[in-house]
Design a protein around this ligand. Sequence first.
Ligand SMILES: [Zn+2]
Length: 250
Amino acid sequence: MEFSKTGYQTLLETALDAGYRFIHFDNTLHLKQGKCCLLRHDVDVDIGAALEIAKVESVLGIRSTFFLMLRSPLYNLMGRSNSRIVQEIVHLGHRIGLHYDDGFCLDKRYSLEEWICLESRILEKMFGVEIKAVSFHQPSQAILSGKMKLNNYVNTYNKKELDGFYYVSDSNKVWKVENPYNIFQKELYSKVHLLIHPLWWIGDYNLPTEDVWEQMIVSNFYRSQKQLLETERAYGHAREITISKTSVCC
Ligand SMILES: [Zn+2]
């Protein structure tokens, strides 16, 4: 299976042909019989890639949940162009969740749940949505143990809440156990939790993962630069900056 937009479309069509329904994270407790898929996107790098994925799903009548970061080092959700992109994803009918960076806590004024609540409220107010689920970015061992329960949100790593769902992720373009195409085609599991990172499917699929990262960073940068050129009066005369890379010794 190819990591490309067409490959992604084929994967989803295979699931639909096999009779899988696409559901949301707050629907897992009252499931009726039948095959279903929780389709989750952790948006780590590029919100533009997320929109591309959202459009592919929308054409097929599929709705999923896009988990967005408020403290991403790469994209600013409050910036004009990125805000518009999120709005478009919402208008396509998709859900928004919080992708929370557990590895950094500014200070101990608030508990983890309070920080999550604060970030979720910001997303809710900004985009007129309701945040019902949280996924953790680079989760700690405590979270990976699957026991952490959040009072107000579904935790996508909580084993009890997602009991019975077979988890499969495209992390670094590697399917660790089973390729989801096989899962859907052979109907190996009736309940599937599928994590898709948009960048792997929208970037050039011939490139290694490091190069895809760079492609996405550049695409983010050019979107920011476009906004600067269009709206920032203090920027001075119109000019373009390009990004180049050098190796770094640690
Ligand atoms: Zn992440």
